[in-house]
Design a binder for this molecule. Structure first.
Ligand SMILES: Nc1ncnc2c1ncn2[C@@H]1O[C@H](COP(=O)(O)OP(=O)(O)O)[C@@H](O)[C@H]1O
Ligand SMILES: Nc1ccn([C@@H]2O[C@H](COP(=O)(O)OP(=O)(O)O)[C@@H](O)[C@H]2O)c(=O)n1
Ligand SMILES: [Mg+2]
Length: 205
């Protein structure tokens, strides 16, 4: 352990990221909207490193960390883990990677995530990709995902949709008000969605 994360991050203390100043794109959208799928494509084409907040939390459970049981319970209920836990995992993943550009997938998921990340790391995203997809389509995809996830059952899926509408949409609205959101119609087939994603990453003229 040791070098990577400053576990204190109290007010006034600097984030471990303040030196690195990575370029960040937030990838947001409802559960099953295709964030992970498209991030894999973006990594191939544009050389970003993909960090999924959900994957980092699931890895933390597997590692047997002291927070594991709490995270497991929250994921099973579809609720959002406290920011300080998720932000530490993101900081660590960024610091451990040589790359200087990152896709942060599934974070920030509520106003607390957003404000804490900004104040702790000082990082403002280059832009925000928003995968817009109907609940009907997302539900169909999640029920067919087959990754053995504890939260891909109809009961938890409904809770996750409610959390998305009640808490996560506000983050997208916040960035929209800053002119940072690139909205993608994510209800189409994977290849068509990626065409729109590529256009979002194309250098501004
Ligand atoms: N455009 C698409 N059309 C149909 N199925 C898709 C599409 N994008 C992703 N999927 C499938 O839907 C499921 C959820 O996709 P995923 O990328 O894990 O979404 P998210 O990370 O937003 O929850 C996966 O099984 C994936 O293969
Ligand atoms: N910023 C985040 C991201 C995920 N999570 C938790 O992890 C779960 C799964 O997130 P995910 O991003 O892997 O889910 P999908 O949107 O990919 O289906 C969420 O329902 C939350 O319980 C969180 O607490 N905070
Ligand atoms: Mg995902």
């Amino acid at each position: 352990m040791g070098t990577v994360v400053d576990s204190s991050n109290k007010e006034g203390s600097k984030s471990v990221l303040s030196e690195k100043k990575p370029k960040v794109v937030f990838v947001l959208g409802g559960p099953g909207s295709g964030k992970g799928t498209q991030c894999a494509n973006i990594v191939e084409h544009f050389g970003y490193t993909h960090l999924s907040a959900g994957d980092l939390l699931r890895a933390e459970i597997k590692s047997g960390s002291k927070n594991g049981t709490m995270i497991q319970n929250m994921i099973s209920e579809g609720i959002i883990v406290p920011s300080e836990v998720t932000i530490k995992l993101l900081e660590k993943a960024i610091m451990e990677n040589e790359n200087d550009k990152f896709l942060i997938d599934g974070f920030p998921r509520n106003e607390e995530n957003r404000a804490a990340f900004e104040s702790v790391t000082g990082i403002i995203p280059e832009f925000v990709l928003f995968f817009d997809c109907s609940e009907e389509e997302m539900e169909k995809r999640l029920l067919g995902r087959n990754q053995g996830r504890v939260d891909d059952n109809i009961e938890t899926i409904r809770k996750r949709f409610k959390v998305f509408v009640d808490s996560s949409l506000a983050v997208i609205e916040y960035y929209n008000s800053k002119g940072k959101v690139k909205k993608i119609d994510a209800g189409k087939p994977v290849g068509e969605v990626f065409e729109a994603v590529k256009a979002a990453f194309a250098p501004a003229k």
